[in-house]
Design a protein around this ligand. Structure first.
Ligand SMILES: C[S@@+](CC[C@H](N)C(=O)[O-])C[C@H]1O[C@@H](n2cnc3c(N)ncnc32)[C@H](O)[C@@H]1O
Length: 390
């Protein structure tokens, strides 16, 4: 009798494990969207008892870890794929396999050879549970954050910390979002896509969410590289679009992200989030030229701001403070904070706006405060205000 796709997939799972070529298996997309269990991540683990399979069950509010012998693991995978889940992604040293079950129960199997074979490492009892583990991640390797043994490269340690910190910060914000069948996310000025890939991987493979994610970037080479990596990782709902933050044609995102987009590009991104009514806007501003040129202080403060560096820092504070206030006028509850220590990156300020149904009084107060701050610093108009006027 001919082998079914599920049997072929499980056979490959057994074979890769026995030949020490299994990197990871991710089970996601619960058939029942309201199910408590969102995803299962399975990886080989070397313990005193020998080589076992470590299952991390991700529930809505907690994680549970169990270790199984191969035969039991295969039985468990078969059971959940027959009944509960519709996607299983297997990453091995040589190829990636995707088992998909359609709503009508039709099963498909896709296989991709990996471009660079990965030597497999085995996790022992892990010391610090991170939201993103370096050893298991294919995109980190392809982006050059980890080496071929899955270790973080020396000069990429800050980047790796930054990516994990970013996921830790977004996790509670995303949990508070209104329920959506599919979470639409836009990353404006996605660059090399470190954080775009990390967020997609976390939401889809760890949380088990349905996500459609677009990275917008005007550099052709980065768009092409990122799209190639997304395909190689099997990230089918992540695409990178060549375009500008100002004009790219994207669906209204639930979450709009702009990290280190230069100067007023951050304002363009916030503007697009406000216009689209995004539930969450997250930005980490970069340089702050516009307000610095506008500053014209006649009060006693001018004696302090005659020092270039102090004027520069003041301009940064005013630029980002006004951004937060403008978001408040448009119904966002805002937070401004350092998202990683300055020893890792100097561009470490983050503004997070969550759309709430704020009352008229709060919006009017924010508007008055904007006016006062502008008067105090001789500012004619913040770039974001100009965008929102039209
Ligand atoms: C400093 S990088 C940051 C990349 C990424 N967001 C991160 O934090 O790792 C800024 C990226 O935004 C892109 N960019 C800047 N302004 C843009 C605009 N107006 N439209 C599209 N892309 C833009 C640049 O090409 C660059 O790749």
């Amino acid at each position: 009798m001919q082998q079914t796709h599920t049997e072929a997939f499980l056979e490959k799972f057994k074979e890769s494990f026995q030949q020490k070529k299994l990197v990871k298996l991710t089970i996601s997309k619960p058939r029942d969207k309201k199910a408590d269990l969102k995803s299962i991540i399975i990886s080989p683990v070397k313990l005193k008892k020998g080589l076992l399979l470590n299952f991390v069950y991700h529930f809505k509010t907690r994680d549970i870890t169990k270790n199984f012998l191969l035969e039991d693991a295969v039985g468990n995978i078969q059971e959940v794929m027959d009944k509960d889940f519709s996607l299983a992604d297997m990453y091995t040293a040589e190829e990636n396999l995707k088992l998909m079950v359609s709503p009508s129960g039709k099963v498909k199997l896709k296989t991709h050879a990996v471009i660079v074979p990965v030597p497999v490492t085995f996790s022992h009892d892990r010391k610090k549970e991170r939201l993103l583990e370096a050893a298991d991640s294919i995109f980190l390797r392809e982006l050059g954050v980890t080496n071929h043994s899955g270790e973080v490269k020396h000069d990429m340690k800050d980047k790796f910390l930054q990516i994990n910190r970013y996921l830790e910060l977004l996790q509670p914000e995303i949990k508070q979002l209104p329920a959506a069948e599919v979470l639409k996310i836009a990353d404006m000025g996605s660059g090399k896509g470190y954080l775009t890939f990390a967020l997609y991987d976390y939401l889809v493979n760890r949380v088990g969410a349905e996500v459609e994610m677009t990275g917008v970037e005007f550099r052709d080479d980065l768009v092409k590289t990122c799209n190639d990596i997304a395909i190689n990782c099997g990230f089918i709902k992540l695409e990178f679009l060549k375009g500008t933050i100002e004009d790219a044609e994207i669906d209204a995102p639930d979450i709009l992200i702009a990290l280190h987009a230069c100067d007023t590009a951050t304002d363009e991104a916030i503007y697009r989030g406000i216009q689209a009514g995004s539930s969450l806007i997250v930005c980490a501003p970069c340089c702050h030229k516009q307000i610095r040129k506008e500053l014209s202080v006649t009060s006693e403060l001018s004696a302090v701001l005659k020092h270039g560096i102090l004027e520069e820092r003041q301009a940064e504070i005013i630029t980002d403070g006004l951004r937060a206030l403008i978001m408040e006028v448009h119904g966002y509850k805002t937070k401004v904070f350092e998202f990683i220590s300055t020893e890792h990156t100097p561009k470490n300020l983050m503004i997070v706006g969550r759309k709430i149904s704020s009352g008229k009084a709060i919006r009017e107060k924010a508007l008055k405060n904007i006016q006062k701050v502008k008067e105090m610093f001789g500012i004619r108009e913040h770039y974001l205000e100009g965008l929102l006027k039209d």
